[in-house]
Design a protein around this ligand. Structure first.
Ligand SMILES: *Cc1c(COP(=O)(O)O)cnc(C)c1O
Length: 251
């Protein structure tokens, strides 16, 4: 595994990933243009969950720098391998649900956590970020995006609009450990993605009025990035459209 990672290599897989990235970037650019936005306002976060460290290394060699992971301990292990293989700067965000007991390991590798949706998790991440910094695992604060739930479905996670301000204030109460970066949406299953993104845009407009520095909106995946960008997304999280169908095999 490590051999494969260190080789990095411009192989057939690399060509496939390069094509996926180019297609995703041209979709992002077209959607931004259609919305009258500058494509540089939208970050592409390449979601590498379930795929091996070697693919992350290939993507770094292709010029990608920002990645999303969603599962522990897969993500921690992978980030150690990638850091060993490539010392160039890259960053990875946690986009999946975080169990409180995993806050400590997530704070060692994640630039930001997109899926923050409870006061106990905010407190756990705040303590974990401080410990990770004291131990030299990170030199900056941990970014927080509050996950929004449009339908209140507890299985999908997220905070309903009425609970966002209390969570935001709790993040801001830990200024040495956390930064309040913005909001995140996973469109609910039962709702048309365009409608979901429009509802999200309304919620965000109110949120940004109250928290003018929390400008990030992480919304849009392989299937719905166009409507997300039309509704103000600043970060699309794209997996399948770049890496292909996720392997069943667990890493
Ligand atoms: C897996 C995942 C993605 C990527 O989804 P694709 O449909 O593969 O692009 C985006 N966001 C979250 C939270 C994910 O877990």
């Amino acid at each position: 595994m490590i051999d494969e990672v260190e080789r990095g290599v411009a192989d057939a897989r690399s060509a496939q990933l390069g094509e996926g990235v180019a297609q995703a970037r041209s979709r992002i650019a077209a959607a931004a243009r259609d919305a009258g936005r500058d494509p540089s306002e939208v970050t592409l976060l390449v979601v590498t969950k379930y795929f091996p460290a070697a693919d992350v290394v290939r993507l770094i060699d292709l010029g990608e720098r920002e990645f999303g992971e969603s599962r522990e301990p897969e993500a921690s292990r992978k980030m150690v391998e990638v850091t060993t293989a490539r010392c160039e700067h890259f960053s990875a965000d946690m986009i999946g649900r975080v169990q409180r007991k995993k806050a400590g390991s997530v704070a060692r590798w994640a630039r930001r956590v997109h899926s923050v949706d409870s006061a106990p998790l905010i407190d756990a991440l705040s303590g974990a970020a401080t410990r990770a910094r004291d131990a030299g695992h990170r030199d900056d604060r941990l970014g927080v995006l509050l996950q929004v739930s449009l339908d209140g479905d507890p299985d999908r996670g997220g905070l309903v609009e009425a609970d966002l301000a209390a969570a935001a204030d709790r993040v801001l109460a830990a200024p040495d450990a956390l930064t309040l970066d913005g909001l995140m949406l996973i469109a609910p299953l039962g709702l048309d993605p365009g409608e979901a993104m429009r509802q999200m845009a309304d919620i965000r407009a109110g949120f940004v009025e109250r928290y003018p520095d929390a400008l990030e909106l992480s919304a849009g995946m392989s299937g719905d990035l166009e409507s997300a960008i039309a509704n103000g997304s600043t970060c699309v999280r794209v997996g399948t459209a770049i890496l292909g169908t996720r392997p069943i095999l667990s890493l």
